[in-house]
Design a protein. Structure first.
Length: 379
């Protein structure tokens, strides 16, 4: 079946008890057993498994072209659980432009558990090859990255990583693209991670994370960790994400259509130094982006010519674009990453230009969005 059909039906059947078309929200922590050690339909306890969460997990697996999906309480909980596949002493090679919270988890938390991290420019497959060490067990990519929208050739990096004698795991955080635009498992990645808080949920009303894999053995390790660590998604949140996913394709098409028009507006505005968008001709990896993504997505970053102060003034002057962290909802958001979502990378190798403005372009009418940006740029 095609993506749009899977988004509505995968993992979801009318309820066998009463025919309810929408997946019920199973608010239960535990399940009656028919005898000692005889759970019904495999459900024992909701940290381990819950039917609403299972429907979402199965849907996610189908959308990413994987076999197994796992849902977590947040994107970072998903990331943390994946990193727990590793043993102390392992080296992780990560992209040098990742979400500030991912960097903070790696640098400030997981280093304390004797994992070693280095950050490299993954848009250049050669730098990945150079940065692999005999201890590398995992390579972590975002593409497009947050907030610079850099694009990594997943297939090229997968070939390099898998040719290494350790065969490290290649993980792709697919939050910005979503499986509608890009399917990393089909390009050679071993694990896909999402912040479902963003486009998958799509309505800024839920925090959640996901992990999707193809390999059975890897899935067994991850299901063990999901249960043993316990950072699971609750049933109400699973329902909200299931509902959000049903319109993912429509939303992503409109996000991208609006973003393209806004890119055109921004590039011709005198207060804008540089516009960054994966499908724009000036983007250094535009060819790769067009090869591995269906459209350019809904995220735009741009440098304000007036520097930090002008950027701050501008984001404080919009009316429709809400000044807020996060992204991927139907409503448009605006922020200054250096002072907000990426504050935790300040002073590190991942430092972000303070004049950078990030837009999460919503699905409002594009004329209203452009008018709002115009008045804010011209305040
Ligand atoms: O917020 P959470 O659901 O825990 O997801 C973390 C995360 C992981 N990966 C990417 C690419 C992300 O963008 C995020 C969260 N990002 C923001 C909150 C933000 O505004 O950039």
């Amino acid at each position: 079946m095609k993506f749009e059909t899977l988004a509505i039906h995968a993992g979801q059947e009318p309820d066998p008890n009463n025919g309810a078309v929408m997946t019920p929200v199973y608010f239960t922590s535990t399940y009656k057993q028919d005898g000692v050690g005889k759970p019904r339909q495999g459900y024992e306890y909701s940290r381990t498994s819950n039917p609403t969460r299972k429907a979402l997990q199965d849907c996610l697996a189908a959308l990413e072209g994987g076999e197994y999906g796992l849902a977590f309480a947040s994107g970072l909980a998903a990331t943390d659980t994946v990193l727990r596949l590793l043993d102390a002493g392992a080296h992780v090679l990560a992209g040098n432009d990742v979400y500030g919270g991912t960097f903070r988890l790696f640098d400030k938390v997981l280093r304390r558990f004797s994992l070693d991290f280095t950050f490299a420019d993954t848009t250049d497959p050669e730098s990945v090859a150079d940065a692999l060490t005999p201890s590398t067990r995992l390579v972590w990519l975002e593409t497009p990255t947050n907030p610079l929208l850099r694009v990594t050739d997943i297939r090229a990096v997968a070939e390099i990583v898998h040719a290494h004698p350790n065969r490290p795991l290649l993980v792709v955080d697919n939050t910005f693209a979503t499986p509608y635009l890009q399917r990393p498992l089909e390009l050679g990645a071993d694990i896909v991670v999402h912040s479902m808080t963003k486009y998958l949920g799509g309505h800024s009303d839920v925090v959640g994370g996901a992990v999707i894999v193809k390999d059975k053995e890897l899935a067994e390790k991850l299901f063990f960790l999901q249960n043993a660590v316990g950072a699971v998604l609750g049933p109400m949140d699973a329902f909200l994400v299931l509902r959000g996913i049903k319109t993912l394709s429509l939303r992503m098409d409109r996000h991208a259509e609006n973003a393209m028009a806004i890119v055109k507006f921004l590039e011709s505005h005198k207060a804008v130094e540089k516009v960054i968008y994966p499908f724009h001709e000036s983007h250094p990896q535009v060819k790769i982006a067009k090869r591995q993504m269906k459209n350019g997505g809904g995220m735009i970053s741009f440098l304000h010519k007036g520097g930090r102060e002008a950027a701050v003034k501008m984001v404080e002057s919009t009316h429709l674009f809400t000044l807020a962290e996060s992204l991927g909802g139907v409503e448009s958001l605006i922020e200054v990453p250096a002072a907000m979502t990426h504050l935790s990378v300040a002073g590190s190798q991942l430092d972000v230009n303070p004049a950078l403005v990030r837009l999460s372009v919503g699905i409002e009418h594009v004329d209203d969005l452009i008018a709002d940006l115009k008045q804010a740029l011209e305040m």
